[in-house]
Design a protein around this ligand. Structure first.
Ligand SMILES: CC(C)(COP(=O)(O)OP(=O)(O)OC[C@H]1O[C@@H](n2cnc3c(N)ncnc32)[C@H](O)[C@@H]1OP(=O)(O)O)[C@@H](O)C(=O)NCCC(=O)NCCS
Length: 153
């Protein structure tokens, strides 16, 4: 895959037809990736599922659930070849905008304590640590906790 994009990525609604490419990124960037069924359920549930594409190349995506004045960022991912170029920040900004547009006043997310890259991104945006969900994630041996972060929108 060439690591050069000709155009600026654009946000678009994720569709079933995107899922092969979404899963290719998902499986490359997570030790415990979402399944096709997880994405299909999110699409069917009407969550805000968005792709970030340039020149037909899928660069990243997010899945956001919004209800009752709260948004929950369920997935935010950038393809390995495109990381550290500002796409994660741009996508997080778009996810926050989507949350606001859907009437949310706060955004919440979970992150693995071992995921220092994502934590650094969220800290830069001003997210606060508000709790821990014990054993939330599957891990290589047993389970890993989740840090719960939030930011006012
Ligand atoms: C987390 C993720 C979305 C960040 O995407 P990205 O496109 O690399 O993000 P950006 O280029 O906008 O980086 C913004 C800042 O985040 C921090 N950051 C990102 N990657 C980092 C890394 N590998 N190590 C340390 N800090 C990192 C830095 O502060 C960075 O700013 P800088 O490049 O000016 O130093 C991306 O690494 C990813 O998809 N990871 C795998 C999936 C994942 O963990 N998602 C989050 C689940 S909670």
């Amino acid at each position: 895959m060439s690591a050069v994009l000709k155009g600026l990525p654009q946000l678009a609604a994720m569709r079933e037809a995107d899922l092969d490419e979404v899963l290719a990124i998902e499986r490359a960037v997570y030790t415990h990736p979402w399944t096709r069924g997880n994405f299909a359920d999110a699409l069917r549930s009407g969550y805000a599922c968005r792709t970030w594409r340039a020149d037909g190349t899928l660069v990243g995506y997010f899945v956001l659930m919004a209800a009752a004045g709260e948004a929950h960022l369920l997935n935010l991912s950038v393809g390995a070849a495109w990381q550290r170029r500002g796409h994660g920040s741009a996508l997080l900004g778009e996810a926050m905008r989507s949350g606001r547009d859907l009437g949310a006043r706060h955004i919440f997310l979970e992150v693995r304590p071992s995921n220092l890259a994502a934590q650094a991104l969220y800290t830069r945006f001003g997210f606060r640590h508000i709790g821990v969900r014990r054993g939330y994630y599957p891990a290589h041996s047993g389970r890993e906790d989740a840090l719960v972060l939030t930011l006012a929108l």
